[in-house]
Design a protein around this ligand. Structure first.
Ligand code: ADP
Ligand code: MG
Length: 287
């Protein structure tokens, strides 16, 4: 491989908004066989909005107050929803985030949980009647969270995030380049499948805890595949490092950008097939 043609290749990529940290990453991009994409903030815009809320006003107040301490995009959506309804937030005495599950909070000596089924199961909260409502949200690609106060189920809040306009086209082009495309997410299986279907992804790995994302990447590498991981979040950083090529979304967190080998500006997913094409054109010219 001549250093000059690699430089021309990374230069061409940079002009398009694809920033390689070094020429060796362009050569490895040429060898990729599998591309794994995070869901929230990578395939979707990462700006979720509350679409449905079942519960009384008091529950909404507990819910929004509880989420005040969370930095999760889901929390932002809930707080915005409560603000629009002029709900006053209460003082939180104790806040605990449970990765991949939700939050556990104490407000006015009351124990409050907001999160998924697993969180409620682990705390023996009975949510029997809510199951069908949960499923209805999930098959429509929404993320639904359950709320309990003092161990009693109180309501559901459902949040939807829109997929990026160019996601389907980007995924189609990646497949045309011969790549296997996989979605990886902490969200539940049904929601993940619904979003995957919207963008043309047929392989989904869902309900993965943040600390297990890198293990999933490793598993695919152990099958002998050269793997790229694309992500935006702090919890994607270990998988960006472990992947043969880590690709950060430019609109994502600083931590993800630091951990990656490549950054795509503006989070434009069409830059993914573009990067693959540039790597092929460059390396083919060398040989
Ligand atoms: P993603 O890969 O989509 O970013 P996460 O691993 O961050 O997913 O979260 C997985 C699940 O945990 C969410 O879908 C949600 O059910 C629950 N969860 C995480 N954070 C919160 C929160 N602040 N409030 C309620 N639920 C949460
Ligand atoms: Mg994300």
């Amino acid at each position: 491989a001549t250093p000059t043609s690699i430089m021309v290749g990374t230069g061409k990529a940079a002009e398009n908004g694809i920033l390689f940290k070094g020429g060796e990453h362009l050569e490895r991009t040429h060898q990729l066989e599998t591309i794994i994409l995070d869901k929230t903030g990578t395939i979707t815009k990462g700006k979720p909005e509350v679409t449905d809320f079942t519960g009384d006003e008091k529950t909404l107040q507990w819910l929004a107050s509880a989420e005040k301490g969370s930095e999760h995009p889901l929390a932002e959506a809930i707080i915005a929803y409560a603000a629009e309804r002029n709900i006053e937030l209460m003082e939180v005495d104790h806040f605990n985030a449970i990765p991949g599950q939700g939050i556990e909070v104490t407000i006015s000596n009351k124990h409050i949980l907001v999160g998924n089924r697993k969180l409620m199961e682990d705390h023996q909260v009975e949510v029997g009647g809510a199951e069908q409502e949960l499923i209805d949200y999930e098959v429509n690609g929404k993320t639904a969270m359950l709320i309990s106060v003092e161990g009693q189920y109180q309501g559901i809040v459902a949040v939807a995030d829109t997929v990026k306009e160019t996601a389907s086209q980007a995924i189609r082009e990646l497949k045309e380049e011969g790549l296997e495309v996989i979605m990886l997410t902490g969200d539940n299986e049904r929601t993940a499948q619904a979003i995957a279907k919207q963008v043309g992804i047929d392989q989904v790995i869902a309900q993965v805890l943040p600390e297990q994302k890198a293990d999933k990447v490793k598993e695919i590498q152990l099958k002998g595949k050269k793997v790229a991981m694309v992500g935006d979040g702090v919890n994607d950083a270990p998988s960006l490092v472990i992947a043969d090529i880590g690709i950060a979304i430019g609109t994502g967190t600083e931590v993800a950008i630091e951990a990656a080998d490549v950054t795509i500006l503006g989070g434009e997913l069409l830059l993914l097939p573009k990067a693959i094409k540039i790597s092929h054109a460059t390396i083919r010219n060398i040989r």
